[in-house]
Design a protein around this ligand. Structure first.
Ligand code: APR
Length: 320
């Protein structure tokens, strides 16, 4: 049986890291696509040359032609630009929306059966647009944000409790932005919910509130430290976790930006929700029950995403 084919649309910081991780995990053969000439070819060759030492069997190639992604099983999209100083959120939206149009058309033509994971920001609006532009089934197009936001939350919690992060489960709901909702009630240390850990005196409400806020600001914290560019190791690792769940039919329960059709009160839009990922793509959106307070925070986050989607429709009439 041929190895799976993984197409990475965008060969920048995240794209290159995705290619390296896919090779190290032997998930399949990798094609890096980018409009920048030489960049995907250079990264593909560099990673291929690490193969003899690492001992992985996977082919790496770089291209500027969508034809080379033909028949891809998975497409991970990072194409676009990051927000630069002086650029408004609407400017960014307009630029990356155009990128999603060309990427969506390229995938529709050459890899219509792929499982598509979008990472480009603003995430929830871009994945919505990518699904529209590509016309692929909604269960085969999703966005990576929840796994990353949850990983940040889990990391901060494991440091606070001084325990292995393997034993910390957590998930974050809502849009990938300031309004995201780290779920305290559904997050645990070895199955013990965080509110119980406060009662047990293992942490305090104040400390937990600070961790929740740090999770919301997780992306900005890295940007502030790096000064040029944004996070790429953890975003790439998170998307690879999702791709692996699909390729190996793992039925992982992972939060991601998925198309909701009534679940958790969300209709006809993409937002961060817990899902089951297996060979069928997004096989299920887990329709969890929220408390009144959680629902208020979640609804606020959904409204913020709606605002971005409306802005997309105003920019590109074909989406309206
Ligand atoms: N088609 C293909 N590639 C494109 C296109 C396009 N139309 N437009 C831009 N690109 C490429 C750029 O040439 C660049 O190599 O997308 C790549 C983006 O890489 P980086 O700028 O290094 O960005 P990265 O850190 O990888 O983040 C990518 O993910 O987290 C989000 O906000 C982040 O939207 C950004 C995306």
């Amino acid at each position: 049986m041929a190895r799976p084919k993984i197409a990475l649309i965008g060969a920048g910081n995240i794209g290159g890291t995705l290619a390296h991780l896919a090779a190290l995990k032997e998930l399949g053969d990798v094609v890096l696509f980018d409009i920048a000439e030489g960049l995907p070819e250079g990264k593909a060759l560099d990673i291929a040359e690490s193969g003899p030492s690492e001992g992985f069997d996977a082919t790496m190639s770089g291209t500027q032609s969508y034809e080379d992604i033909a028949g891809a099983d998975v497409c991970i999209v990072t194409a676009g630009v990051a927000r630069k100083p002086g650029m408004s959120r609407d400017d960014l939206l307009g630029i990356n929306l155009k990128v999603m149009k060309s990427v969506g058309e390229g995938i529709a033509k050459h890899a219509p059966d792929a499982f598509v994971i979008c990472i480009t920001n603003p995430l929830d609006a871009m994945v919505w647009a990518l699904q529209k532009f590509s016309g692929l089934p909604a269960n085969k197009v999703c966005g990576m944000a929840g796994v990353l936001d949850s990983a940040r939350f889990r990391h901060f919690l494991s440091v606070e409790f001084g325990v292995s992060m393997k034993d910390v489960t957590a998930f974050v709901l809502g849009g990938h932005g300031d309004t995201m909702v780290p779920s305290v009630r559904y997050s645990t240390v070895a199955g013990i919910p965080l509110p119980d850990l406060i009662e047990m005196g293992w942490t305090t409400q104040e400390k937990l509130d600070a961790i929740v806020q740090r999770t919301r600001d997780g992306g900005a914290e890295i940007v502030g430290l790096l000064k040029t560019g944004s996070a790429f190791y953890a975003p790439a690792t998170s998307a690879i976790e999702m791709a692996e769940a699909y390729l190996k039919d793992q039925k992982r329960v992972l939060p991601c930006a998925a198309y909701c059709n009534g679940e958790i009160g969300v209709n006809d839009m993409y937002v961060g929700v817990p899902t089951v990922i297996g060979a069928g793509g997004i096989e299920k959106v887990v329709d969890i029950k929220l408390t009144k307070d959680e629902q208020v925070m979640f609804d606020k986050s959904v409204e913020a995403v709606k605002g971005l989607v409306e802005a997309c429709k105003a920019i590109d009439g074909s989406l309206a």
